[in-house]
Design a protein around this ligand. Sequence first.
Ligand code: IDP
Ligand code: MG
Length: 209
Amino acid sequence: MKGEFHFNLKRRVASVKDSSLLTKIPHFKADTFIVSRSKIRLLPSLQTIEKEIHMALERTLILIKPDAMQRRLAGSLLSRFENKGLKIIGLKLLQVTKELSAEHYAEHVTKPFYPLLEEFITSGPVVAIVAEGPEAVSTVRLMMGSTNGRESAPGTIRGDYGVSRQMNLVHGSDGPEAAVREIKIYFKPEELVDYATSLGEWVCADDEK
Ligand code: IDP
Ligand code: MG
């Protein structure tokens, strides 16, 4: 079935090469249509498309850092991500070791501030979260604000809760590739839970998923 359709996952558009195929697809009259996940479910042979679209949703790693844990802000911060409409598919409390810190912050280990960063991130427990949603990586980065809390816009997490460059409450993957790498560091595949939410249909439209 896959070869008979052309997918543009970014635009969530599928076009059918052979228009006679359209008769097999109820509800679709034009030769290009917006893929609706609910309609695709009606047709088992199109479930490959659903899988591809599902995979177009991004996952990102969030850490609630030791300063936020000490300040008992974990619940408030998790609520912000839930309220935004992101789906929590991984969640755990853990203590970051020096080894884990070096693996996570591999790009920073040679920087002058790394010893302080290591001391900070290993100083107490963190909550690790995997959040899923359309463009989840950049969405979370926007919600976090810039690195230094003093320079972060009000309304962002760092802008609302912090005045520090180092103690800036949250980590969020800075790109889709970093997200894949970081999720693997903190979570085994079986620790991520794939589930549907009944309100999912009301969080964003089919052509954004
Ligand atoms: P980001 O968390 O906004 O992506 P990065 O530049 O990747 O910021 O730095 C990773 C973390 O290292 C920061 O979140 C912060 O906790 C810490 N950090 C960054 N720059 C400095 C610094 O100049 N001094 C001390 N700590 C820093
Ligand atoms: Mg970073």
